[in-house]
Design a protein around this ligand. Structure first.
Ligand code: C2E
Ligand code: CA
Ligand code: CA
Length: 405
């Protein structure tokens, strides 16, 4: 077992000491402090691999500490503890995960030593779990991106596509792949989409970007469909390609006509393509969306509602728009094993999807237990770091081959 160091912040000495004893017994080095300033000093100097954090403290509340940890891009595994109700704890855990922190679990006090031990002895991240290894994300080093940078990047075709597999829950068979854009920035390396998609969306460059992404993805995917790339026939016949579409693009009929032409040129059947729309984006202009989306479905393209569970749209929209897939948002999937509330949401969405005749994909599957749980509740497809991280197109074909072997 690697060198595990646990740093405890808790205003209650009894609890702090108890956690310390259990952790030391489990073989960890431990520092306990009730003082937030000392906590941050130790964080910096001692670099703990794990943190146990009390949510309710008199001088600084746990949520502030969480915000501060996020600002510092803390990579330690965090265990949140508190005497507040488990729903509040769950909410805090989700919020921390949304801040980009790595949450090992939430512990409602009183907790059993075995619960704590399980969180402390879980796998240590070999790579930071929130960041694909090739993506630069250190906030301090992040560039200020301007509109003209984006224009230039589009002109120079600096955007590249990474591919992440989707597998059938029941058999683990490869069933699909999602295209995820990255910016191969000449000075900053690979930048994740969160760094530039919002700007591209706000200044009407998103359609050009989407166009380039789809072009690249089809250039890559086409050879599979016309037999130039050989994978096992079962994979060739089944593999679907998902691409992300912004709400704004839903008014651009010409873009979709071009996609249709590109599909014909590559002999990719429209039914091989899934357009993923986020729940909220699809709802921005339901009437216009309905028109275009219905046409796309009639051509044969599939439509997926992405990040389901995070928006506030009415369920009726889901029924009105002709989706064929529902993707359970990763914030619920990633916390399913530690939060009964998340499990309730995941199961609810899977059942809802099935009752509407949709295929359900859970994304953000990071461990075997979650995959097993998803299989048990009848979820169709899984995507996540446990299965594979996003990879280059070439690596994907290697993956597909190894996988078939
Ligand atoms: P998304 O569509 O929800 O894509 C899934 C994101 O989850 C990807 O992040 C993927 O790398 C990440 N992910 C997959 N499995 C796991 C896991 O097990 N754990 C964790 N923590 N994360 C996982 P990525 O590539 O950074 O993309 C972020 C978002 O950027 C995407 O979220 C999508 O909304 C947007 N995006 C990506 N490519 C495009 C694009 O071509 N066009 C548009 N409009 N948006 C895009
Ligand atoms: Ca997506
Ligand atoms: Ca998603």
């Amino acid at each position: 077992m690697g060198n595990r160091r646990l740093l405890i912040l808790d205003d209650d000495p009894m609890t702090g000491k108890t956690i310390q004893r259990i952790a030391e017994f489990a073989g960890l080095e431990v520092h306990f402090t009730p003082d937030p300033d000392r906590f941050f000093a130790l964080l910096h100097n001692w670099q703990p691999t794990h943190i146990a954090l009390d949510l309710l403290m008199p001088t600084m509340d746990g949520m502030q500490v969480i915000a501060q940890l996020a600002k510092l891009s803390c990579r330690a595994k965090i265990i949140i503890t508190s005497g507040v109700g488990s729903r509040v704890l769950d909410a805090a855990g989700r919020s921390a995960a949304e801040h980009g922190l790595d949450i090992a679990g939430v512990l409602a006090k009183p907790f059993s030593p075995s619960q704590l031990r399980a969180m402390l002895l879980g796998h240590l991240p070999t790579t930071p779990p929130l960041t694909p290894p090739t993506v630069v994300i250190a906030p301090a080093a992040l560039p200020e991106i301007t509109l003209s940078d984006l224009h230039q990047a589009l002109d120079r075709q600096e955007f590249v596509v990474a591919y992440q597999p989707k597998v059938l829950c029941t058999t683990g068979e490869l069933a699909g792949v999602e295209a995820l854009v990255r910016w191969a920035h000449p000075s900053y390396g690979l930048l994740p989409p969160g760094q530039f998609i919002p700007l591209a969306e706000s200044c009407d460059l998103i359609d050009r970007l989407t166009d380039q992404v789809i072009d690249q993805a089809l250039d890559w995917f086409g050879p599979l469909c016309d037999g130039a790339i050989q994978l096992s026939p079962a994979i060739c016949d089944r593999l679907m390609l998902s691409v992300n579409i912004s709400a704004r693009t839903l008014t651009n009929v010409a873009l979709f006509e071009r996609v249709q032409e590109r599909c014909q040129a590559h002999r990719v059947a429209p039914a091989r393509l899934i357009f993923e729309l986020t729940e909220t984006s699809a709802m921005d202009d339901p009437v216009a969306s309905l028109d275009l989306l219905t046409r796309l479905r009639m051509i044969g393209f599939h439509l997926s509602i992405d990040d389901f569970g995070t928006g506030f749209s009415s369920m009726l929209q889901l029924v009105r728009l002709p989706f064929s897939e529902i993707k359970v948002d990763k914030s619920f999937v990633m916390t399913a094993m530690t939060s009964s509330e998340s499990r309730t949401v995941v199961k609810f969405i899977v059942d809802l999807g099935h009752s509407l005749g949709l295929r359900c994909t859970a994304e953000g599957v990071e461990d075997a237990e979650t995959l097993k749980y998803l299989t048990n509740i009848g979820c169709d497809l899984a995507q996540g770091y446990y299965i594979a991280r996003p990879m280059t197109g070439d690596d994907f074909w290697l993956y597909g081959n190894e996988y078939a072997a």
